[in-house]
Design a protein around this ligand. Structure first.
Ligand code: F6P
Length: 325
């Protein structure tokens, strides 16, 4: 590597991998080089920052990755970084590698880490990447659309069997404490019931009644989508068996939802957010989170972004109930 006087940007992915993260990495590298920076990839998230796993990236080191799920930089959840000593060391490492800016791609836990680094004088720019869509400052997080489509495909397949054998299937989906994946896949998959962390669960009203009423209206197979954040999948299965007299099958989709080739939406959003993250740093608008608002890609100050809240609307919950009749 030849010495260079150019300014330097580092990029890392942190938290759960999400399809479209590679598109964002590619965009950060290419936009960084376009605007005159040397760009460095940091492996394994904040763990790699602490360990100094930092190496130069080139236009070609991000070739052929836009179509790949996961993250070529690898990722981690770093308990060590999550301490004041860890943050101090992270800031020291950023200075040691002469990073003039750091792009963090991840969820709000990763953004809190970025904010801590910003408070130590390291300029940061954050990109929302998580399948959960649970980052309040943005309408959309990279990876969500791919996960939705993966879950929709799984529901369609399970439904073929539920239909053919006249069965009841409970499908547990990811989303941590949020029900965005569950609600939208219940709507897209034509589920009979949907159990969300955003709505207090009444198993009789929300699950048993729709099955019994549906049976009385002529339904002979049932799909129940349960968000993992509710934590009651087994209890729901037991209640259906006891009160309806059918033994449901339970499918926990797990990591199938996290991987896979990103959809067009995740490739394009990851790309546009990656370019924006670099432009924010380049224009001196440091310590911001890139967000999607009504179709626009904007930057929001990180403290403001972390203080925001969002939730699923009552209208969407009502609509999913109406549609399941
Ligand atoms: O945040 C993404 C996510 O897949 C959540 O939906 C899930 O609760 C969590 O990560 C699982 O985390 P881990 O990678 O530690 O298994």
């Amino acid at each position: 590597m030849t010495a260079s006087n150019k300014k330097r940007i580092g990029v890392l992915t942190s938290g759960g991998d999400a399809p479209g993260m590679n598109a964002a990495i590619r965009a950060v590298v290419r936009a960084g080089i376009y605007y005159g920076y040397d760009v460095f990839g940091i492996e394994n998230g904040y763990s790699g920052l602490l360990a100094g796993d930092i190496s130069p990236m080139t236009l070609r080191s991000v070739s052929e990755i836009i179509n790949r799920g996961g993250t070529i930089l690898k990722t981690s959840r770093s308990p060590e970084f999550n301490t004041p000593e860890g943050v101090n060391r992270g800031a020291e490492m950023a200075r040691l590698f002469k990073l003039d800016g750091l792009v963090v791609i991840g969820g709000d836990g990763s953004f809190r880490g970025a904010r801590d680094l910003a408070k130590k004088g390291i300029p940061v720019s954050c990109i929302p990447g998580t399948i959960d869509n649970d980052i309040s400052c943005t309408d959309y997080t990279i990876g969500y659309d791919t996960a939705l489509n993966t879950v929709k495909d799984a529901i369609d397949r399970i439904k073929d069997t539920a239909y053919s054998h006249e069965r009841c299937s409970i499908i547990e989906v990811m989303g941590r404490g949020a029900g965005y994946i569950a609600l939208n896949c219940a709507i897209a998959g034509g589920a009979e019931a949907c159990v969300l962390p955003e709505k207090p669960l009444d198993i009789d009203e929300d699950v048993i009644k729709p099955i019994i009423d549906g049976r009385n209206r002529g339904k002979d197979h049932f799909i129940i989508v349960a968000a993992e954040g509710v934590g009651k999948t087994d209890e729901i299965a037991a209640e259906i068996k006891a009160k309806v007299g059918i033994t449901p099958t339970v499918s926990i989709l797990g990591y199938i939802q996290r991987g896979g080739s990103p959809t067009v939406r995740d490739r394009v959003t990851g790309s546009l957010m990656g370019v924006k993250a670099v432009e924010l740093l380049h224009s001196g608008n440091i310590n911001q989170v890139v967000a999607s608002h009504s179709g626009q890609i904007i930057g929001l100050p990180i403290d403001e972004a972390l203080a925001m809240t969002k939730t699923i609307s009552e209208y969407e919950i009502l609509a999913s109930t109406i549609l399941s009749l």
